[in-house]
Design a protein around this ligand. Sequence first.
Ligand code: ZN
Ligand code: ZN
Length: 153
Amino acid sequence: MRFRLLLVLMAIDKTRLTEVVKSAGKSLTKQRCVIIETLAANKLPMSAYELRDQIKITEQNLNISTVYRVLDFWIRLGLIHKIESANRFMVCSDEHQHQFHVIQHCTRCENVVESCELASQTKMQLSHEFRALENQVIEIKGTCLDCQANTST
Ligand SMILES: [Zn+2]
Ligand SMILES: [Zn+2]
């Protein structure tokens, strides 16, 4: 568990960020950088307000609408995911190009782990009847290993 968490934190690689942003024809601004880096450094997914408050301490005062706008920017590029049920955000830790992103959300401790393995198994056949949007997040709710251990003792 700890090890997987570390992988999530390390997943934010400046070179990769620059590549993704460039290939989308956009630029990596200071605000965009600060927001994704702050989110990546946090252990748990954050709300937009928590993110703003954290950045206020270390960097600068950002308007909440700016925070949302930048989050949307990263969400569209697939590098940040919104956890709809919790209204929180996390940095993508799936470096493979999968059609969907699958996150396992522990509803007790709010820990979220992205699973490349599950994402690679989740494919939708291309069909004329229904075309799925890219970079969608599939959320699976449950109880993480740590929380399972805590309840059994
Ligand atoms: Zn992802
Ligand atoms: Zn848990």
